[in-house]
Ligand binder design. Structure first.
Ligand code: HAM
Length: 417
C-alpha cells in the first residue's frame, strides 16, 4: 500500500524549504525590529479554549476542529494561536509585566476545511499579538507591521481593508439591528445565512453567495450603532495609518469570522491569489484576556498565511530556493573516498558548505550531480592527486580548473566565494 500525506496537508520538500527559511528569517528580523518576542505554545490545546474564545457558533468551532479524545479530556489541534497566546499570558501572569507584551509566533495551524488552492487543512501562520493597551496607535502599528512584512518579502500589490466593529455593547446593538433588517429577507438567504441569523449574524455580512450579497448591499448597512468612543478610536487609528503612510480602504461590511473581535478589524488581500485572496487578517480583542480569566487588557493582533504569501511570491522566490554548496567532492576510488571524509570535515568545520558524492558512475554523471546541487566548486580527487596531497578544483560556472594542495583548499575556496 502506498501512503500519501493526508488531504489538505503538504510535505515541504528540501527544494521548497529554503524559501520557507528565507521568509521566516526576514519576518523574524522585522518582528524583532518592532520589539516583538517569540512565543511558542503547544500544538494541542483544551478544545473548550477555542469554543470560549472564538465563539460556539463560528465556522471554526462548529465545523473545522480536529478533535483528539483521550480518556475524559478533549484536545484540539490548534486552529489559530491568538486564543493559545492569551491563555499563556493569563496562565503565566504576564499581565504583571508593566508594559505591553508583544509576542510573535510562527507555526502550523489546523482546520478541517475543504481543501483548494490557498486553503489547506494544515497551514502556517506568521502572527503577532500585542497585549496590554487599547491605544489606537497600537492598532496602526500592528497593521503597519503586517504590511511591512508583506512588503519586505517582496510583494507590493496588496490591499488593506479596515473597519471598526465597535465595543461589545455596540456589537450587541448591531446584532439586534442586523437581525431586524434581515428577517424580511429570510426566505431569499442561503441555508447557511438563515442559521447564521440566530447564531452568528455578523457572518451574513461576508457571505460569498451572490444572492445574499445582493441582499446585504440593499440594506445599505451603516455604522450608526458605533458609540462616540469607538468612533474616536477608529478615527485615531486611521489618522495614525495616514501618518505611517499605510494606504487602506474602509469597508463597513468587513466583520471577520471570530467572536473575540471588537473595534478595529482588518484584512490584507492580494489579487494574485484567486478565490482565497486574504494574505492575512487581524483585529482588536479587548475582552478576551478577561474572558479567559485575566484582568481587563486591550489587545490587538494579526496572522499572515504563510502558504498564501508563498503562492503570491512564487515566481519571485524561485531563485532563492536553490541550495548552494560551495564545494562538492568527487572521490575517484576507495582510497580517495577515505581521504575525502577528512577533507569534507575540514571544509565544514571552517564554515564552507560542502558535500560529498557517494554514488558511482562516470565523471560526467558525477559532475552533473554536482550541478544539480548548485555547487560553486567541485573537488575531484583521484589516485594521482592523492599521492601528491592535491585535488582538482573545478569552478562550475566558469568551467576552469586548477590543481590545489589539499592543505590550502579551505583558504582557496574562501578567497573565491
Ligand atoms: P484568520 O483570518 O482565520 O485569522 O487567519 C489568518 C490568515 O491565515 C488568513 O488571512 C489566511 O491567509 C490564512 N489562512 C486561514 N485559513 C487558512 C487555510 N485553511 N489554509 C491556508 N491559509 C489559511 C486568525 O487566525 C486570527 N488568529 C488572526 C488574529 C491574530 N487576530 C488577532 N490576532
Amino acid at each position: 500500500m502506498l501512503f500519501k500525506s493526508p488531504r489538505g496537508t503538504k510535505d515541504i520538500l528540501p527544494q521548497e524549504s529554503s524559501k520557507w527559511q528565507t521568509i521566516e528569517s526576514k519576518a523574524r528580523k522585522i518582528f524583532s525590529l518592532f520589539g516583538f518576542e517569540e512565543i511558542r505554545t503547544p500544538l494541542i490545546e483544551d478544545a473548550k479554549l477555542f469554543a470560549r474564545s472564538l465563539g460556539d457558533f463560528t465556522d471554526i468551532v462548529q465545523k473545522q476542529m480536529f478533535l483528539i479524545k483521550r480518556e475524559t479530556d478533549t484536545f484540539v489541534l490548534r486552529p489559530e494561536a491568538t486564543a493559545s497566546i492569551v491563555r499563556a499570558y493569563v496562565e503565566h501572569d504576564l499581565y504583571n509585566i508593566s508594559n505591553v507584551c508583544k509576542f510573535y509566533y510562527m507555526g502550523p495551524m489546523f482546520r478541517a476545511e475543504r481543501p483548494q488552492k490557498g486553503r489547506l487543512r494544515q497551514f502556517h501562520h506568521f502572527g503577532a499579538e500585542a497585549i496590554g493597551s487599547a491605544n489606537p496607535f497600537l492598532d496602526a502599528e500592528l497593521i503597519y507591521l503586517a504590511t511591512r512584512i508583506i512588503f519586505e518579502l517582496g510583494l507590493s500589490d496588496f490591499e488593506v481593508v479596515v473597519n471598526t466593529l465597535g465595543c461589545q455593547s455596540d456589537k450587541k446593538k448591531m446584532s439586534v439591528n442586523l437581525k431586524e433588517k434581515l428577517m424580511p429577507h429570510k426566505k431569499s438567504l442561503c441555508e447557511d445565512c438563515v442559521s447564521r441569523i440566530d447564531k452568528n449574524v455578523f457572518r451574513v455580512l461576508d457571505c460569498k453567495n451572490p444572492q445574499c450579497k445582493d441582499i446585504i448591499m440593499s440594506l445599505s448597512w451603516a455604522q450608526a450603532h458605533i458609540c462616540e468612543d469607538c468612533h474616536k478610536h477608529f478615527e485615531s487609528v486611521l489618522a495614525a495609518l495616514d501618518t505611517l503612510g499605510v494606504r487602506y480602504k474602509i469597508d463597513p461590511l468587513l466583520v471577520r469570522g471570530l467572536d473575540y473581535y471588537t473595534r478595529t478589524v482588518f484584512e490584507i488581500s492580494s489579487k494574485e491569489l484567486g478565490a482565497q485572496d486574504a494574505l492575512g487578517a487581524g483585529g482588536r480583542y479587548d475582552n478576551l484576556v478577561e474572558e479567559l480569566g485575566g484582568p481587563s487588557r486591550g489587545s490587538i493582533g494579526f496572522a499572515l498565511g504563510v502558504e498564501r504569501l508563498l503562492l503570491a511570491l512564487s515566481a519571485k522566490t524561485e531563485e532563492a530556493s536553490k541550495t548552494l554548496l560551495d564545494c562538492y567532492i568527487i572521490p575517484l576510488g576507495e582510497a580517495a573516498l577515505k581521504k575525502s571524509l577528512s577533507v569534507l570535515n575540514d571544509l565544514r568545520m571552517s564554515g564552507v558548505p560542502s558535500d560529498l558524492d557517494y554514488l558511482d558512475g562516470s565523471l560526467k554523471a558525477r559532475l552533473r550531480r554536482a550541478d544539480k546541487k548548485n555547487a560553486k566548486f567541485c573537488l575531484i580527487i583521484g589516485d594521482n592527486e592523492l599521492a601528491k596531497c592535491t585535488g582538482i578544483l573545478k569552478n562550475m560556472s566558469q568551467s576552469t580548473q586548477e590543481e590545489v594542495l589539499l592543505a590550502e583548499l579551505v583558504n582557496k575556496i574562501k578567497a573565491k566565494v
